[in-house]
Ligand binder design. Structure first.
Ligand code: PEP
Ligand code: MN
Length: 295
């Protein structure tokens, strides 16, 4: 292990309050605590596409027992010709939907110049997979002093992911939730978008007390497999889930972003019921230490 890794302040061994692997640093997002024994489900549309669609999705999330609303106003898209999100108009819609439903808002910021504007509205700032190593963005978000959802880059090692979290933490912001969202795999396997890395959850939880959640929507890319991957992620020890939802009354063919991923309301309800039926296990102090692991 290189020096740059061993001295990260977010490692348990360097964070005196949390050396015990049974402890977790709780992150409070608009009154919802992430990191407790009760898993938290954050759900909502991929992108904010209209007020009606976002409100309908939010009502479905609240009715199913989801506790925070996700939705992107600024969307990271592979092609510059794809829908990029509604931008600031999307933030205004999210603010109105929070007003109408009371759900706290988790939304992505991509551009360091927009951090202040997004932070003004949001309850939690999402750093997307493609931005995990945008270091100036991590620094700005660290300075914003609000909870951060840090997605794992889809080709990032556990160590690279932890180093990115440290960029946020060293600005004085320790309210970071890590999100496993699937990693790149052999592209000839066309049946899934990426692969949920179940195996990273336990070593990550042993390495750091920051809460860890799972995003089965971007891992599978297909709503029909989101429920089983949600269950597997919970079995593996995540503190919560980030789930994309199809707004009732919306046709998939109308959607401009991730149309195949959103689960219908009844599937979301079953996912929340499953999450509510179990407690997050403590990270295991007795687990064997793999070579190359951050300790
Ligand atoms: C998202 O959550 O909408 C998203 C774009 O995810 P990711 O950054 O993991 O691809
Ligand atoms: Mn999406």
């Amino acid at each position: 292990m290189t020096d740059g890794l061993s001295n990260l302040s977010i490692l348990r061994r360097n964070w005196p309050e949390y050396v015990d692997p049974r402890t977790t640093h709780l992150v409070d997002v608009a009154g919802v605590l992430i990191g407790e024994a009760r898993p938290v489900v954050i759900a909502g549309p991929c992108a904010v596409e209209s007020y009606e669609q976002t409100l309908s999705a939010a009502r479905a999330v609240a009715a199913a027992g989801g506790r925070l609303l996700r939705g992107g106003a600024f969307k990271p898209r592979t092609s510059p010709y794809s829908f990029q999100g509604l931008g600031e108009a999307g933030l205004d819609i999210l603010a109105r939907v929070r007003e109408a439903t009371g759900l706290g808002i988790v939304t992505e910021v991509q551009d360091p110049r927009m951090v202040e504007r997004v932070a003004d509205m949001a309850d939690m700032l999402q750093i997307g997979s493609r931005s995990m190593q945008n270091f100036p963005l991590l620094v700005e978000v660290g300075r914003a002093g609000m909870p951060v959802l840090l997605k794992r880059g889809f080709s990032a090692t556990l160590e690279e992911w932890l180093c990115s979290a440290e960029y946020v933490a060293r600005e004085g912001n320790l309210d970071i939730v890590l999100c496993e969202r699937g990693i790149r795999r052999d592209c000839s396997w066309s049946h899934a978008r990426s692969q949920f890395d179940l195996d990273v959850i336990e070593p990550l939880r042993r390495a750091t007390p920051l809460p860890v959640i799972g995003d089965p929507s971007h891992a599978t890319g297909e709503w029909t497999r989101v429920e089983e991957v949600s269950q597997a992620a919970l079995e593996a020890g995540v503190h919560g889930l980030l789930i994309e939802v199809l707004a009732p009354g919306t046709e998939r063919s109308e959607l401009r972003c991730d149309a195949h991923q959103g689960v219908p309301e009844d599937t979301l309800r079953r996912i929340v019921e499953f999450a509510d039926s179990r407690e997050v296990a403590a990270a295991s102090p007795a687990a064997p230490v793999a070579s190359g692991e951050v300790q």
